[in-house]
Design a protein around this ligand. Structure first.
Ligand code: ADP
Ligand code: MG
Length: 368
């Protein structure tokens, strides 16, 4: 039996104009104990709704949420043993750090000594010991977020829910706090569900990523598998920085196709899959780092970059092809120039093909 299971969970809403919609639609999956699961997707895709349903702040329309073999559907918020950390921290402004941390435990009438022990533990875990007597307004954003995390930790909940906890921090602090959350997860061995619109956060933190779009789960997998085997165009175009190049190519025959000036051989394992597309278009996907460029001599037909961006450790080279924009990522040792004519080569194993209408990865469809 899984630790936490969503069984065909949906959340419907009716908006101001009486239109019905789904914030979450037919979510059906499980989470293991101790996992750090990251929900990622664009703003409005239903991530917060997920957490709120789990916390009991929002009723579900249909389905069932099961935690340790107990259905949560009729369990009150206070009885769920789940702690949530919000983007805006939601600290009590008139209470000191220490009081913010101990407030929930005092309400539960826990013994004074137990409360002190837990508050001490949270302060040392989160490096807050020097700020215990301060009020929230005397703290920086990062310190406030640590207090918010501490408030969840002292509850020792079965599940931690974190809703975009880093969004209000500046870039440097975001990286530090991200590492701290990873470290906390390792030390506490706690089950955590973390929500973000930032794919880098998802990739760096997650044991398992849930990619969402428009209320529908697109793929659930390890970060590595999400990156290497995106199940559809949405995932391919959302994960990675820059994301996968997606180019609309016409399939001449099942052995080859044209990409700009170049004839590209279809990889063996796609020849059968591409058969139904002969004479039609498919979407070719290639990650920017898997494209090889070679300098051509004048006279040979090739492609010229229309922009080269210097990013410090690497260059991004932009080409405008008939089939769409192509971005190539290169380390600094490869000298690039906008006036050079380039040939391009794509390793077969790094080509992906997607159906232009359903958006599905062709390999995914054949395995279903
Ligand atoms: P996210 O956290 O991913 O940004 P939310 O879970 O907050 O997304 O919202 C998901 C979608 O559901 C949004 O499009 C939002 O407008 C819609 N939604 C959620 N609750 C309601 C509601 N009570 N009334 C109308 N629309 C809602
Ligand atoms: Mg949200």
């Amino acid at each position: 039996m899984s630790f936490l299971t969503f069984k065909h969970v949906s959340k419907q809403y009716v908006d101001g104009k009486n239109n019905q919609g789904y914030a979450v639609r037919n979510a059906n999956f499980s989470i293991n104990k101790g996992e750090l699961v990251v929900f990622v997707g664009p703003s409005g895709c239903g991530k917060s709704t997920f957490l709120r349903m789990l916390a009991g702040l929002e009723e579900i329309t249909s389905g069932e949420i099961i935690l340790e073999e107990q259905s949560l559907n009729d369990v009150d918020v206070k009885m769920r043993d789940i702690a949530m950390v919000f983007q805006d921290y939601a600290l009590y402004p008139h209470m000191s750090v220490e009081e913010n941390l101990s407030f929930g435990l005092k309400n539960q009438r826990k013994p004074k000594q137990t409360i002190m022990q837990k508050v001490d533990m949270a302060c040392s875990l989160l490096d807050l010991s020097d700020f215990r007597k301060r009020m929230p307004k005397q703290l920086s954003g990062g310190q406030r977020q640590r207090v918010a995390l501490g408030r969840a930790i002292v509850k020792e909940p079965k599940v931690f829910l974190l809703d975009e906890p880093l969004s209000n921090l500046d870039a440097k602090l975001r990286v530090q706090t991200r590492k701290m959350i990873a470290d906390l997860h390792n030390r506490l061995k706690a089950t955590m569900i973390y929500v973000t619109h930032d794919q880098t956060e998802a990739m760096t933190l997650a044991d398992k990523i849930v990619v969402m779009n428009k209320g529908i789960i697109q793929q659930i997998d390890t970060p590595e598998r999400i990156y290497l085997y995106p199940s559809n165009l949405f995932v391919a175009g959302f994960i990675g920085s820059p994301p996968m190049n997606l180019l609309r190519v016409k399939i001449k025959n099942s052995q080859s196709f044209k990409l700009s000036e170049f004839n590209v051989q279809v990889p063996d394992d796609y020849q059968v899959l591409l058969q139904p597309y002969v004479g039609k278009e498919v979407i070719l996907g290639i990650r920017p780092e898997y494209i090889q460029l070679s300098e051509l001599t004048t006279g040979e037909s090739g492609i010229k970059p229309n922009l080269i961006e210097f990013l410090g450790s690497e260059n991004l080279i932009y080409f405008m092809l008939e089939e769409g924009e192509l971005i190539v990522k290169k380390n600094l040792s490869s000298k690039m120039s906008p006036s050079t004519n380039y040939g391009l080569k794509i390793k077969r194993e790094n080509m992906h093909f997607f159906d232009p209408i359903s958006g599905e990865h062709l390999k995914r469809r054949s395995s279903n």
